[in-house]
Design a protein around this ligand. Structure first.
Ligand SMILES: [Zn+2]
Length: 151
């Protein structure tokens, strides 16, 4: 499942990336180019725009009705679009959507704060923006949050 989020859903897009879903965030208007992109890349559209209607059988448009981020995520879970896969948590860059590369501990040295470097063994890096990620406490928070959401 891949997503294309419209300009209303920047935060939701990040949250989906955190869960490991390939999610593009579209800053333009949700007109024809928007639908075309979703078709070309086989993405499910996330929008609030009630005028945006499927025109071809392959168009998949999910209308998000909730305002709060956690409820929006829950809405996608209840509708069956999103599920929890712990293996995929934090496998993508939250900023670029690119799949992260595992890097050796040596490669992370000097590029992350020292206390982080000494506390962690595993690091990964975004091939696009070169941001380095590590499984920090935010991952545990995320797991707890996900367990609540996914029941
Ligand atoms: Zn990145």
């Amino acid at each position: 499942m891949k997503f294309l989020a419209d300009h209303m859903f920047g935060k939701l897009a990040k949250e989906l990336r955190m869960l490991g879903y390939d999610t593009l965030y579209y800053r333009g208007e949700s007109g024809y180019p928007f639908i075309k992109l979703a078709r070309e890349e086989d993405r499910v559209i996330l929008t609030r725009n009630s005028k945006l209607l499927p025109r071809k059988p392959e168009d998949r448009i999910v209308r998000i009705t909730e305002d709060k981020l956690s409820l929006q995520l829950r809405e996608l879970i209840l509708k069956g679009y999103v599920s929890l896969n712990e293996q995929k948590l934090y496998s993508r860059c939250l900023l670029c959507n690119a799949p992260l590369d595992q890097i050796s501990r040596d490669e992370a040295e000097g590029k992350v704060p020292d206390f982080i470097f000494y506390q962690h063994k595993e690091f990964s890096r975004c091939p696009q923006c070169l941001k380095i990620y590590w499984p920090g406490s935010h991952l545990d928070h995320m797991k707890i949050k996900m367990k609540e959401l996914f029941g």
